[in-house]
Design a protein around this ligand. Structure first.
Ligand SMILES: NC(=O)c1ccc[n+]([C@@H]2O[C@H](COP(=O)([O-])OP(=O)(O)OC[C@H]3O[C@@H](n4cnc5c(N)ncnc54)[C@H](O)[C@@H]3O)[C@@H](O)[C@H]2O)c1
Length: 442
């Protein structure tokens, strides 16, 4: 596998429609008379509203015009429009939206298993695409997306917001500086707590067919960080996984938390009725598609893992031991890079029952030398450690970023997903998987 894993803003703008589009994206400084990007969204759940809807309307309306919102749920698309504060037409038919609203930029925020369907359709129409992670959920979808992009000559941006958290940029830049010499191995453990971790088991994420499992839905974030931090591709993946706490492992079950006879004894009882926005967006729209947002974490149809371990070998010879656990008393991660000249240790604190005093503790430890504390550069305020705001700015407004902060492209989307797809396959087939056997990436 060769090639860059990022597109510069300039490349994206050039690929997406020439000078007029480029100057429109460049923002108000380029002149108010410029045409705005015609922007549409498919899949109008919370992510569409909170990341790609409301903030875009509020902060980028000088460069972007929202021209259409589409969802298969006719009720939810109307609630989403109201919650975003949008005034554009709504659709339940994607082709009709594309024909009528004529967007030149599409954001895909549907359930993961359908991302590839819309990516390919949009590319075939000559539209540039931004997709939420994961770009795809299996290797067949991955090949179809890469082939479609090549054929269309258009570009895909995969919105890996974690890269844009200042603390993650600090890690990237310290590794690039050579402070620990050549990186030889990585220890990486991600902890999802009993609030956030459990939530995946309440929703569509609990089904492989929809999320690709957390190996793809969640771990693709982490695998993208590692690919980017190491500037390397995954080569071989061996993994283990189990469902030890949720699903069939549970002591009792019901359909939803609402009306559950076990509420008083269930530690995972979650009362959606206390959140009006979620009640409107999900419960109020259940009649159209049967999607229950507060599903039981012990449902017997859960077919994903809640406990996952993998060993990954990378193209530059680095090996990584990785784990994700989904019912922890802490939310955050530990990652350590071992190198020929030292070790770089990071402990990230997202949520815990004590005051950690910081959200990220980073230590550079020199071989035969001292330990020094590294302070992340920049503000961590806003969603996903400050990554959401910086990513939106880079896409819609800012000038070129340095090469290592380029917008993630389809290649980055593919290699991140393929690590998880290979891990899932390794568990199913009880053997190490060669990533190059899954998809042709050029
Ligand atoms: N980058 C991040 O940090 C981050 C955070 C949250 C979610 N996400 C991603 O955003 C996406 C949406 O997540 P969410 O939490 O908003 O989910 P959600 O369930 O709230 O919303 C998904 C929407 O897609 C619609 N949908 C389902 N199938 C569809 C289809 N075939 N065609 C069109 N629409 C369809 C649903 O009706 C729903 O409105 C997911 O891909 C998720 O992985 C990314």
């Amino acid at each position: 596998m060769t090639g860059s894993d990022g597109v510069t803003r300039r490349e994206f703008v050039t690929a997406v429609g020439g000078a007029a589009v480029g100057t429109a994206l460049a923002g108000s400084s380029m002149g108010a008379a410029q045409a705005k990007r015609r922007y549409a969204i498919i899949g109008t759940g919370v992510r569409a509203i909170g990341m790609w809807g409301r903030p875009v309307l509020q902060q980028y309306s000088d460069v972007v015009e929202m021209v259409g919102l589409c969802d298969i749920n006719p009720l939810r698309v109307e609630v989403a429009k109201r919650q975003m504060g949008a005034s554009c037409p709504t659709f339940t038919d994607f082709d009709k939206m594309m024909d009528t609203a004529k967007p030149d930029l599409l954001m895909i925020t549907t359930v993961d298993g359908f991302h590839s369907h819309y990516i390919v359709k949009a590319l075939e129409r000559g539209i540039d695409v931004m997709t939420e992670k994961p770009m795809v959920t299996d290797e067949v979808q991955c090949q179809a997306v890469l082939d479609a992009e090549k054929k269309a000559g258009r570009s895909i941006i995969v919105t890996f917001n974690y890269r844009y958290a200042p603390k993650h940029q600090t890690i990237k830049e310290l590794l690039m500086s050579g402070a620990i010499g050549k990186v030889t191995s990585v220890d990486f453990s991600w902890y999802l707590d009993t609030t956030h971790g459990a939530d995946y088991f309440r929703r569509w994420h609990r089904l492989r067919a929809k999320s690709g499992s957390l190996w793809v839905h969640k771990a693709s974030h982490h695998f993208d960080l590692i690919n980017w931090w190491l500037d390397a591709d995954p080569v071989t993946v061996s993994a283990f996984g189990g469902l030890q706490n949720y699903g069939k492992s549970g002591p009792f079950r019901h359909t939803t938390c609402r009306g559950c006879p076990h509420q008083s004894k269930c530690s995972y009882f979650w009362d959606i009725t206390r959140n009006k926005d979620l009640m409107d967006l999900y419960v109020g729209c259940e009649s159209a598609d049967g999607y229950t947002r507060d599903g039981c974490v012990y449902k017997e149809d859960i077919d994903i893992f809640d406990t996952m371990n993998a060993i990954v070998r990378y193209s530059n010879g680095v090996s990584m031991s990785y784990s994700v656990n989904t019912f922890m008393p802490i939310e955050g991660y530990r990652v350590a890079f071992n190198g020929t000249k030292g070790r770089f240790e990071i402990r990230d604190f997202e949520r815990q029952a004590w005051d950690a005093g910081t959200d990220s503790e980073m230590y550079l430890i020199h071989n035969f030398g001292k330990r020094e504390r590294i302070e992340p550069k920049g503000s961590n305020t806003g969603g996903h450690g400050g990554g959401d705001t910086r990513l939106r700015d880079l896409i819609f407004r800012k000038a070129d970023a340095p090469a290592h902060m380029r917008l993630p492209n389809s290649r980055a989307g593919a290699t991140a997903c393929l690590t998880g797809i290979a891990a899932r396959m390794s568990i199913d087939e009880k053997r190490p998987i060669q990533v190059a056997d899954l998809v042709r990436i050029t």
